[in-house]
Design a protein around this ligand. Structure first.
Ligand code: FES
Length: 249
């Protein structure tokens, strides 16, 4: 396949960015999207140009590091991570626009790399449980009903890639935050911090400058792990419950 790539290039966080156009040839349909970018970068290095910076780590759809807006869609045309997107989703002769996540809370670091440390700070605010140290507890000491375990697992699938923020017209982080709140709040192990968790994590989310949720639903559509939209309404209920209890003292 021969492709025209229009790639966002930005030297650093303070520099102005712009789209640059490159031609790549010899791209196999079996390549992943990141391998296609590797091919571009090998050519750029050989010609003495600065390779395109982009985030990646596991390349197995697990870590959430890869993060590209491809032809206007977070992670591109398939519902998967960028690293699991393959070139068979494109046609010979296509022009592909490649941009970083676009959100004020995710400033561009360089080219296609954005700073997602705001997510880390939301997790630090409450994405943990109090657990005694020592030997691992007996597995059946704390019974967890199967529906609750399944629900917790569904939320725990969030890999924190940030596609929800990139897809949201408001740049909201509600789907990410709700997944991280709910996967602990539905379990007995998460009960001791149930109220402080949701209040602190939502407070940190607001402090980071993410936009407000208007339930547009773009986040759940873009999420490569299928975090459901009801995760947000569940978190809103948790937040209201915690707020009422805090008001009562
Ligand atoms: S590189 Fe790890 S999920 Fe894509």
């Amino acid at each position: 396949m021969k492709l025209t790539l229009r790639v966002w290039r930005q030297r650093n966080a303070d520099a102005e960015g712009a789209m640059s156009t490159y031609e790549v040839d010899g791209i196999s349909q079996d390549m992943s999207f990141l391998e296609m970018l590797d091919t571009l970068n090998e050519e750029l290095i050989l010609t003495g140009e600065d390779p395109v910076a982009f985030d990646h780590d596991c390349r197995e759809g697990i870590c959430g590091a890869c993060s590209l807006v491809i032809n206007g869609d977070a992670h591109g045309p398939e519902r998967t991570t960028t690293c699991q997107l393959h070139m068979r989703s494109f046609r010979d002769g296509d022009t592909i626009d490649i941009e970083p996540w676009r959100a004020s809370a995710f400033p561009v670091v360089k080219d296609l790399v954005v700073d997602r440390s705001a997510f880390d700070r939301i997790i630090q605010a409450g994405g943990y449980i109090t657990a005694p140290t020592g030997a691992a507890p007996e597995a059946h000491a704390t019974p967890v009903p199967k529906p609750d375990a399944d629900l917790a697992f569904e939320h725990a699938e969030c890999i924190g890639c940030g596609a929800c923020v990139a897809a949201c017209p408001n740049g909201a982080a509600m789907l990410f935050t709700s997944a991280k709140v709910n996967h602990l709040n539905v379990l007995p192990q998460g009960a001791p911090e149930r109220e402080t968790r949701v209040l602190d994590m939502v407070g940190q989310m607001d402090a980071e400058g993410f936009g407000g949720c208007t339930l547009a639903g773009e986040c759940a559509t873009a999420c490569p792990k299928g975090i459901p939209l009801f995760s947000i309404t569940s978190m809103n209920k948790e937040w209201l419950r915690a707020t009422r209890r805090a008001a009562k003292g």
